[in-house]
Design a protein. Structure first.
Length: 202
């Protein structure tokens, strides 16, 4: 009788522990996915601004068609990477997150070249539409940087919780997986600044 009571108490305590750990893991996973949704919204905002930016620059940079086409191609590749695995759980896919970071980094690089060219053309730099779009992209990239850091922090917290006892005993069996951080995406304005610092002839 005493043994049965002890077993019942032990099972009850284990069940409560599982519920508590499960609830914490759900909250952490939801935080990862919420931050990923914020990143998605800001990336889409940047993608939406680029065509107008390129069209504005095209009127001043007739001899830089190759750069403008590269910006649009990089933007299209980044959109495809962002749509590769939409919805909840994408942050748990290492290959998708690596592909997204690579595509967005390439877009930042080509945008940086465009902004560096704009800096060398006073008329384009002074164009009101160019100024407005540049400011909106800069604001979007600042927000994106903050969201990316929040996402990576949330990923670290989730992964740490999954590796801790007792979650490591059963988390995989109930559908929890390690998440993958996104890492730096780069800033078009940082890339433009870096290009202005390059020595002549490079």
């Amino acid at each position: 009788m005493d043994t049965s009571i002890a077993m019942a108490v032990a099972l009850g305590a284990f069940f409560v522990l599982v519920v508590v750990v499960y609830s914490r893991l759900v909250a952490l996973r939801n935080r990862v996915e919420s931050n990923l949704a914020q990143i998605d919204a800001q990336l889409k905002r940047r993608h939406d601004l680029i065509p107008s930016l390129v069209e504005t620059a095209r009127g001043y940079l007739a001899n830089e068609r190759g750069t403008l086409d590269e910006v649009m191609a990089a933007r299209d590749s980044a959109r495809v990477a962002g749509q590769a695995a939409p919805g909840a759980g994408r942050g748990l896919d290492p290959e998708t997150m690596t592909s997204l970071a690579r595509a967005e980094g390439a877009l930042s690089s080509t945008l940086g070249r465009l902004f560096a060219l704009a800096e060398a053309h006073p008329d384009l730099r002074a164009d009101r539409n160019m100024m407005r779009l540049s400011e909106e992209i800069a604001a979007t990239e600042n927000a994106l940087s903050l969201s990316r850091q929040a996402f990576d922090d949330a990923v670290t917290q989730l992964n740490t919780a999954l590796e801790a006892f007792p979650a490591l005993l059963f988390a995989g069996m109930i559908g929890f997986r390690r998440a993958s951080p996104l890492g730096p995406l780069g800033s078009a304005f940082d890339r433009a600044f870096d290009r202005r610092q390059e020595p002549p002839g490079r």
